[in-house]
Write a protein that binds this ligand. Sequence first.
Ligand SMILES: Cc1ncc(COP(=O)(O)O)c(C=O)c1O
Length: 440
Amino acid sequence: MQFKNDQDFARGLDEQDPLRRYRSAFAFPIRNGQPVVYLAGNSLGLMPLKAQQYVTQELRSWAELGVDGHFHGRHPWYYYHHFGREALARLVGARPDEVVAMGSLTANLHLLLVSFYRPTRERYKILMENSAFPSDQHAIASHVRCHGLDAQEAVVELRPRPGELTLHTEDIVEHIRRQGDALATILLGGVNYLTGQFFDLPTITREGHAAGATVGFDLAHAAGNVPLHLHDWDVDFACWCSYKYLNSGPGGVAGIFVHERHGRNAGLPRFAGWWGHDEQTRFRMEKSFIPQPGAAGWQLSNAPVLPMAAHRAALELFDEAGMQRLREKSERLTAFLEFLVDEYNTAFPDQALELITPRQAAQRGCQLSFRTGSYGRRLFEALGREGIVCDWRPLDGDPDAGVIRMAPVPLYNSFEDVWRAAAALQRVAAHQQADFGTTA
Ligand SMILES: Cc1ncc(COP(=O)(O)O)c(C=O)c1O
């Protein structure tokens, strides 16, 4: 599509957008008396208005029913993880019993590694990105140590080619093949948190299986962002959080996927808790553990109903809008941002935002990440004062140089939002240039 750097052009795209009504289903923070341009859905998604209603409903059940809410509320708490499960399954391309909303992301990652990283003397290595989110690095290193292994030897890190920041699929494949029989597990982010690169998950899974490894993904930046087909891709396990693209609130309930061929294997080692026990006999309070079939068998504790109510509200919106339509809009929104920033870079080469996210739609989701020189922090802070909400990650040790991440999301962002962000960027850069003469 041929884009134009023009507000009316952006408004025209919004008028043709079949998803535009969802914008009014969300609460936008107000800054300078105006709703902000919110491009931080990669960090914390906005609140669906329905979330307030659904949480209030559960608070009312609690107030009116007390303990009886477990079985007699409108949505009995005992079964709460069943509600929204089908929508969650559709969202990640799974069968309903392959997913469950539970716990928190890092804790779930630990639980899954207990089951799926089972090193032996010969096969003990785990492959990950060198720029994986720190929590994943801590989790993996701690598992390796718990198995009595040396992390330096057992953790194999994928590094970009010299001078690059993203990975080539052929390099990942080459690494997998090189580790061969020594490779126990692959754990990658589905979409890298810093660069926004969306990996080729089916190829990685296929290659991992060919090497005899289990393959799992941290989908914190992928769930609700890019289309996923975890069952068909034959992924072994995956986990995600719900507070980013899934708009389910800060620290909201997370989720896991366990492929049905593992979910049916009651003998698979796991760290167990009573909520993973067979639902029919749980209250017999017996010693023996009978895991529920499917991902539900990895649950530990009774469901955190209040955050799960917010999650339910958000999942309903996703289900209604449909991941396919969301993806179509997302590709256009992000391409529009890319076009406008390219134009900005031509006008302001001294304050350029260097795109480090791949330019191919298939290799990215909503987010674009831009590397800056030491003018970056000032630009980012000035954007914030203009009501443009994005985020900043330092890079390479210089506190004023780093990465600005912007993620227009298709559920609540408009093409006009993207245009406004780029117009603000031009304004603040022009201002800085006038103030400092040179900005490099
Ligand atoms: C890729 C990734 N993994 C793990 C985490 C840690 O999440 P949590 O604090 O919910 O465990 C995050 C948080 O942003 C993340 O982006």
